[in-house]
Design a protein around this ligand. Structure first.
Ligand code: BG6
Ligand code: MG
Length: 228
């Protein structure tokens, strides 16, 4: 028996009223398409770029991603614009056939469960293509707001995008759970004072409060229970 039988066992109840999902890699496998599009561009330019290096680009905006891939190589601005446009055209080519079938396992079930429980749902994605992907996935009607690559200036790991999403939901960060597969995204969510669910390897998202490999079989109760 503990000397402090009451206080030691009292935990602060966590009130969660909103979930903010990143899109690429959590709800659908567009992270793979971003990689393929960058790889195609890098190959054309004769620049080495591996899948492992791509891990650090998850959640990182287009221009910063290109700068990482160029690794200090210097190009005039018009060439940089051309490379970003080419990468985006390859990416758009890959996403044009996305349908509801491309929702990752467990994603739709969790979104339905959250909606049925009256939890507000937002997207917080750095992508300027997020709206199109959402439309193709057919999840628009489940969402209360979309914050994307056009919503804020400072992208992840700054907290701004998730703060934008929380404001859209009219909720404080402390009442929202951010679901992310990128270390930059987890960093952004922690910086903003959000609860965090990391999807993927612990080496990548281990800073999150709760980590799952992916959303397959993950229910709202699993997440909220693990946050308590
Ligand atoms: C993020 C992806 O969601 O969006 C990154 O994880 C991508 O890989 C970023 O670079 C920006 O996407 P887009 O579609 O605006 O080039
Ligand atoms: Mg992601």
């Amino acid at each position: 028996m503990s000397d402090t039988p009451y206080t030691a066992q009292i935990r602060n109840p966590i009130i969660v009223s909103g979930f903010i999902f990143d899109l690429d890699g959590e709800l659908t496998d567009t992270a793979e398409y971003h990689y393929r599009a960058w790889k195609r561009l890098a190959d054309e330019e004769g620049i080495p770029f591996s899948q492992q290096e791509n891990e650090t680009l998850l959640g990182i905006p287009r221009r910063e991603s290109l700068m990482f891939i160029l690794k200090g190589r210097v190009y005039p601005e018009d060439k940089i614009q051309d490379m970003m446009a080419r990468k985006n055209s390859y990416y758009r080519e890959y996403i044009k056939d996305i349908t509801q079938q491309d929702l990752l396992p467990g994603a739709k079930a969790l979104l339905d469960e959250l909606q049925a429980a009256g939890i507000k749902i937002a997207i917080g994605s750095a992508s300027k293509n997020a709206q199109e992907v959402i439309t193709r996935l057919g999840i628009g009607p489940l969402l209360d707001s979309i914050s994307d690559g056009y919503s804020v200036e400072r992208q992840k790991p700054a907290p701004d995008l998730f703060l934008h999403a929380a404001a859209q939901l009219n909720l404080s960060p402390a009442r929202c759970v951010v679901v992310e597969d990128a270390s930059a995204g987890i960093e952004a969510a922690i910086a903003g004072g959000f609860h965090t669910v990391g999807l993927g390897p612990v080496e990548r998202v281990g800073a999150a409060e709760v980590v799952f490999p992916n959303l397959d079989g993950v229910h709202m109760a699993d997440i909220l229970g693990a946050l308590m």
